[in-house]
Design a protein around this ligand. Sequence first.
Ligand code: C2E
Ligand code: MG
Ligand code: MG
Ligand code: MG
Length: 290
Amino acid sequence: NADVAMYQAKASGRGNYQFFTADMNTRASERLVLETSMRRGLVQNEFVLYFQPQASLEDGRIVGAEALIRWQHPEQGMIPPGKFIPVAEESRLIVPLGSWVLEEACRHAASWVAKGLPPLTVAVNLSPMQFSQPGLVQQVRDCLERYGLPPERLELEVTESVVMQDVDQVAATLDAFNALGVKLSIDDFGTGYSSLSYLKRFAFDKLKVDQSFVRDLSDDPNDTAIVLAIIGLGKTLGMSVLAEGVETQAQLKFLREAETDSIQGFLFSRPVPEPDFVELVRSQARLPLM
Ligand code: C2E
Ligand code: MG
Ligand code: MG
Ligand code: MG
């Protein structure tokens, strides 16, 4: 594995680079280029947040948005997060990048309050590396204060891989967030390997059913069973349940009958630039519930 080789080569000093295969070298240097241009991008303000509305299945109204990062690259155009977040995590660049996301999300959400929009939450993705930074809770607290954002308007999304880190440290951080009053969600649920007892132990407010289960809902009986089980699990543990990746009316109908609380998906809206999101809310756009 190139990552390991790179690490070992670095760890044991210079001369060891000759052990790389040509392919490993190419990959490593590609990543170095990406890392360097991400650093430049951060300084030159090339990143932008898009917002994907989340709609309540009670009345179809927008209840919040997930902030999703995009990279407006000067030559390559809009780059999706899947292309750079993994490298950002490996290079620790996710820490300054994640701080930027948090700032920007809080700033926008506070402006929604100031504009008199109905109460909305903004959801921010936290990567495992960010989550294990000792100053994270203080950083979130500072950010809320700086923009005057009520804590309950901010939702932090973590994946199961975060929960699988050092249990005591994770518990302490999640408790501190709970005390602060921000909301906590478990993202991409069902794709990781977390033990169910963790779910009980850590007080998450929301469970986000991963889109891979939602995708095949209508025709795959196994996915149907899994989604029903996940929704039931979330409800039993007192969480609200959101389904990701809802693209069809058939999926919506199923999820609604299964008493999912809210959804996010292309059926309602793709992630959009912030002004477009505000416009959607202002125009009282609603998810059509039949
Ligand atoms: P995620 O947190 O699970 O975000 C949901 C992803 O699903 C988004 O992809 C969104 O555009 C996509 N999506 C939403 N509805 C649909 C749908 O109906 N159909 C399909 N096919 N896709 C849908 P995106 O924006 O490309 O982000 C991908 C992942 O990158 C995110 O998955 C998250 O893990 C990561 N990411 C995005 N922004 C950030 C960020 O600011 N910080 C960190 N750490 N990770 C981020
Ligand atoms: Mg997410
Ligand atoms: Mg997700
Ligand atoms: Mg994800």
